[in-house]
Design a protein around this ligand. Structure first.
Ligand code: ZN
Length: 471
């Protein structure tokens, strides 16, 4: 049995820095994703502290295949280009529209604020982009072996895909027959019933399945009641006014949240949260230029929305653009809003990035809001080890302090975590993704998960008779 070589340059012992090199033969390979390390995983890789640097040779890499545009899957692309990668970058059509926004943001954060440089860079990358339709096979340019790829909807964020790679196996002996081999990289798989997005497309078959395992040891609870719980949490939080801060990824989570909030406000039309405040008077603030730009592109790409979202549009509703929604773009406005909210206690819901509080505008809100019991911090997403988000959840249990930018802040605000809103498939979803295949894969390799999650998912899959390898 043919056994292809696979090198993981990230997201093998943890969940960030996704980058896998898949060898088609001894010399030729494909790169799947090129993401940044985050949190405790930042010091990983041979490059040590400067883990963004590309620390592997680029010879023979025919193409980069991108599953989706989250920074932990796409954030190292500028470094890849800087290291000399000139090959094509294949991704879904929606990802091709979203990627320049992500990279512009990443460049501004980490490399340069020079607009001219950034524009030149984005244009250069655009020439390397090869946007692909879902569910269509494409021939990978260059290289000696016939190699085809297909993007399938992964239901994780707009444009997200799992990628099927079909190629001729190298013949090790002149007489040996060449055969076809199919490897599939799951990227990040979405959970069922994600707001706004269709469920992942079922995978038919694969010889090798490289599967994410973020929630390999857990199931999301109460997915059906999650909107109700969101509403309850918000009503309780707002009962003494103050600010509800929701740290969220600009890409995907922010739009899902807006979609849910619009639905709550629509249902609760005319009803009061408490005396003196109705749902319709409540300010919903998205404080992130990137999130605002993304929301715009999400609105343009309605063809990728799920059935329910499109029906709402038809009935005249605007799930991502409603009346009380305020977007903060400039840094000056951002500072004013932070001060205003901290000073007045005016009730508001603020959505700001980053989702794990590792940087971005959410940090300024935390500094200003953590000290008052009137405010709430509501986490809806995964908090990677070593991030301030994870620390805050921990401190919330013990009561305590949080270090931000070297300074200590007392935590008096209530810190809550809402489950059921994960953008990742849970254990049941992952098991179903495998079980619904027409033919079991010869091998499953688990990546993108903490050790406990991988071990538990491995045990579950093996109990169903699958051959499973970790990493
Ligand atoms: Zn992702």
């Amino acid at each position: 049995m043919y056994n292809p070589t696979l090198i993981h340059h990230g997201a093998v012992d943890g969940v960030t820095g996704s980058c896998h090199q898949y060898f088609l033969d001894d010399q030729h390979s494909l790169l799947i994703d090129c993401g940044l390390f985050q949190g405790i995983e930042q010091g990983r890789g041979k490059a040590g502290a400067d883990s963004a640097q590309i620390d592997f040779p680029l010879d023979g890499i025919r193409a980069l295949l991108l599953t989706h545009v989250h920074i932990d899957h796409a954030g190292r692309i500028p470094y890849l280009i800087a290291a000399g990668f000139k090959g094509p970058i294949y991704c879904s059509k929606a990802s091709a529209l979203l990627l320049p926004l992500v990279l512009e943001d990443a460049l501004k954060m980490g490399i340069t604020r020079d607009e001219k440089l950034i524009n030149g860079f984005i244009q250069a990358i655009s020439r390397q982009l090869r946007p692909c339709d879902y569910n269509s096979w494409y021939e990978v340019e260059g290289g000696p072996q016939a190699t085809q790829i297909r993007f399938q909807n992964a239901g994780h964020i707009l444009g997200s895909a799992y990628i099927e790679i079909r190629h001729q196996t190298p013949s090790t002996h002149p007489d040996q027959q060449q055969g076809w081999y199919k490897a599939v990289f799951s990227g990040d798989l979405g959970a069922r019933d994600t707001p706004l997005l269709p469920d992942p497309t079922p995978l038919e078959d694969a010889d090798l399945l490289v599967l994410e395992s973020t929630y390999g040891d857990r199931n999301h609870q109460d997915r059906k009641q999650r909107q109700q719980r969101l509403q309850q949490v918000l009503e309780k939080a707002l009962s003494d006014n103050g600010t509800v801060l929701i740290p969220a990824f600009s890409i995907g989570r922010t739009q899902e949240l807006l979609y849910e909030l619009e639905d709550i406000i629509h249902r609760m039309k005319g009803q009061a949260i408490h005396q003196g405040l109705t749902w319709q008077q409540l300010d919903i603030i998205v404080d992130s230029p990137l999130a605002a730009n993304f929301t715009q592109v999400y609105q343009q790409l309605k063809q990728f929305w799920d059935e329910e979202a499109r029906q709402k549009l038809q009935s005249g509703r605007h799930p991502l653009q409603f009346e009380q929604l305020l977007t903060v773009k400039s840094h000056d406005d951002h500072q004013k809003v932070v001060q205003h909210l901290a000073g007045t206690g005016r009730p508001a819901i603020v959505i700001a990035a980053s989702g794990m509080c590792a940087g971005g505008r959410v940090v300024n809100y935390l500094k200003a809001l953590l000290g008052s019991a009137r405010n709430q911090i509501v986490f809806i997403g995964y908090q990677a080890r070593g991030t301030p988000g994870a620390a805050l959840l921990q401190h919330a249990k013990n009561g305590g302090e949080l270090k931000l930018d070297g300074e200590t802040y007392p935590v008096r605000a209530e810190v809550l975590q809402l489950s059921g809103y994960s953008a990742h498939a849970d254990q049941q979803d992952l098991m179903r993704f495998v079980s619904q295949m027409h033919k079991a894969p010869a091998q499953i390799r688990l990546v993108h998960g903490d050790t406990a999650a991988k071990l538990e998912l491995k045990r579950k899959l093996e109990a169903k008779g699958h051959s499973v390898v970790i990493g």
